[in-house]
Design a protein. Structure first.
Length: 297
């Protein structure tokens, strides 16, 4: 079984949609060049990360917390089941992709655990009945968590949960989790900076609990990192819509949501976070940390 170590983010070119796993070397650069030789488009790394995170319907899906990929060609018997055993190092499975290589048939998976999963196969509707029982090759790709992360950032996991809810068409929950993701991100970044300048945990907790969200993204972030969301094109989208929807959901005034609303909330949160992340990186680089925030992720 072939194994590829992944960085838990995907960079995607907005011009040709070519995507690849973010590498540690790319953390050293602000600008990236598309890996497609026919494209060659140069883009800002933050834009590439945002495009990758916003892609919810690509062929490989969006599993940005995966840090390992296994792929293997196996033989299956059409119309029967095959158990696929995963390596003992597997800690969580994010995505399984099955690609018939030679014959035309359906394949899917059930009972996914960290030990493995069951592959079932069947004929296509009105398919060739002579294929039933035939042994044929199937290419299996598994994206998973193989090793523990070097960081503990709850907002990354919350963002993944928000994406999962969008894919499952739980749009109201997607909006709520998207906003919770943003709020967790804000508190995490502010807490990290306050602790670094010498404040104790109790004082930091009091500051964060007593400060409303608009003040966190503007005066507090400006004081700590020299950037504020109100200077961005995402400020009104977040404050006037996503934050309001979150409050309406929490208080029972909004009981349903559309796909467009959920996508708007998810993408606005990503835009807002990466606007602030870029500002944090610039601040850290200007103060002696040339690689900025993302080398820790």
């Amino acid at each position: 079984m072939d194994y590829t170590a992944l960085y838990p983010f995907t960079v995607q070119c907005s011009r040709c949609d070519r995507a690849w796993s973010f590498s540690e070397d790319e953390l050293q650069s602000v600008d990236l060049t598309c890996q497609d030789p026919d494209c060659g488009y140069t883009f800002n790394v933050y834009e590439g990360l945002k495009t990758g995170l916003k892609t919810v319907d690509g062929i490989f899906g969006n599993t940005f917390l995966a840090n390992g990929m296994h792929n293997l060609m196996i033989d299956v018997k059409i119309g029967f089941t095959t158990y696929f055993k995963l390596p003992q190092s597997t800690m969580k499975v994010y995505d399984v992709m099955l690609i018939p290589v030679r014959d035309s048939f359906k394949a899917g998976v059930v009972d996914i655990t960290t030990d493995g999963f069951l592959i079932y196969t069947s004929l296509e509707e009105s398919g060739d009945t002579t294929l039933f029982g035939k042994t044929t090759p199937l290419y299996v790709i598994v994206k998973s968590k193989i090793i523990d992360y070097d960081y503990d950032l709850p907002w990354l996991h919350l963002l993944q949960y928000s994406l999962d809810q969008f894919i499952q068409k739980n749009y109201l929950t997607c909006i709520l989790l998207s906003e919770i993701t943003f709020e967790n991100f804000l508190d995490t970044m502010l807490r990290h900076r306050y602790i670094n300048i010498g404040l104790d945990e109790d004082t930091v907790g009091r500051i964060l609990v007593s400060t409303n969200l608009p003040n966190k993204v503007n005066p507090l972030f400006y004081n700590m990192y020299g950037i504020k969301l109100s200077d961005s094109p995402y400020w009104k989208k977040w404050e006037k819509k996503v934050l309001k929807w979150r409050n309406d959901i929490a208080h029972g005034a909004k009981t349903s949501a559309t796909e467009d609303e959920a996508r708007f909330a998810y993408e606005t949160i990503i835009d807002s976070m990466f606007y602030l992340i870029e500002g944090i990186d610039n601040y850290l680089r200007a103060n002696g940390e040339p690689r900025g925030l993302f080398y820790k992720i």
